[in-house]
Design a protein around this ligand. Structure first.
Ligand code: PEP
Length: 255
């Protein structure tokens, strides 16, 4: 990995977490301050209800916070939605857009995901844009085609402050992961797409792997060529597990 791409390990808490779980974020903060995973940037994406309190917990530490979604609009008559500007105001540095659960459960189109990514950049947030094929698409040999189409239709105009997460839908929350060879092939492909979309800038975009990353497989997955870090779901809810995953970077790769 070129030196300029610092590894990133991000935890996506999804719709999990109560005030008591801020203790897990406090434990992540302590571990990061103690130098675990010093080579990696660490981001926690709690539910929006915990964002401000999590900001107080992480104050004075390198742990950054992210949100899991944003609305394309800045303010106004959008009952129940939260804008990127509000997330920034609440202490977020990152926002995930286009997660497969939002694409599937909220019928989010690539065009909407692109609008959300643009809104995030407008607000001064870094974007973690998720792409990935379904099991049926993988079996049909259409994984690369699907990811290329998602990237083509949902990438924002600017590569600065952009992170892409390759998350095969069939690997999310299932305990199943692609082979190392398949991950390497997809990440190489995504890198090529990014360089084509952003001449000069695509090389700098970090491409994370997501889908059943666990303490037991993190070292192997994070060592794969062109994998610049991980987007971690279930295993990010416990600081002890999340920090084992992030800690893979204390032995694998220098910043
Ligand atoms: C995710 O939700 O982005 C994810 C990768 O989940 P899990 O790690 O639980 O598969």
């Amino acid at each position: 990995m070129p030196d300029r791409r610092r590894p990133l390990v991000a935890g996506n808490w999804k719709m999990n977490g109560r005030a008591a779980d801020l203790l897990e974020i406090a434990a992540i903060r302590s571990a990061v301050l103690a130098g675990q995973a010093a080579a990696a940037e660490i981001v926690v994406c709690p539910p929006v209800t915990l964002l401000m309190d999590a900001g107080r917990v992480c104050a004075g530490s390198p742990v950054k916070l992210g949100a899991q979604d944003c609305d394309p609009a800045q303010d106004g008559a959008h009952t129940g939605d939260v804008s990127a500007e509000m997330l920034k105001d609440a202490g977020a540095s990152y926002v995930i857009v286009g997660h497969s659960e939002r694409r599937a459960c909220h019928a989010e189109s690539d065009a909407l995901v692109r609008a959300k990514a643009g809104a995030a950049l407008r607000a001064g947030l870094d974007v973690i844009l998720c792409v990935g094929e379904t099991q049926a698409e993988r079996v049909a040999g259409a994984a690369l085609e699907r990811v290329a189409a998602q990237l083509g239709a949902s990438l924002p105009n600017d590569a600065a402050h952009l992170v892409v997460a390759y998350e095969p839908v069939w690997a999310i929350g299932t305990g199943v992961t692609p082979t190392a060879a398949d991950i390497a092939a997809m990440h190489g492909f995504v890198r090529g797409q990014l360089e084509r979309h952003f001449p000069g800038g695509g090389k700098k975009v970090r491409v994370l792997y997501g889908g059943s990353v666990r303490p037991e497989n993190a070292a192997e997955l994070l060592a794969i060529e062109e994998v610049d870090g991980a987007l971690v779901g279930g295993a990010s809810l416990k600081a002890s597990e999340f920090m084992i995953i992030a800690g893979a970077y204390s032995v694998l790769k220098a910043p």
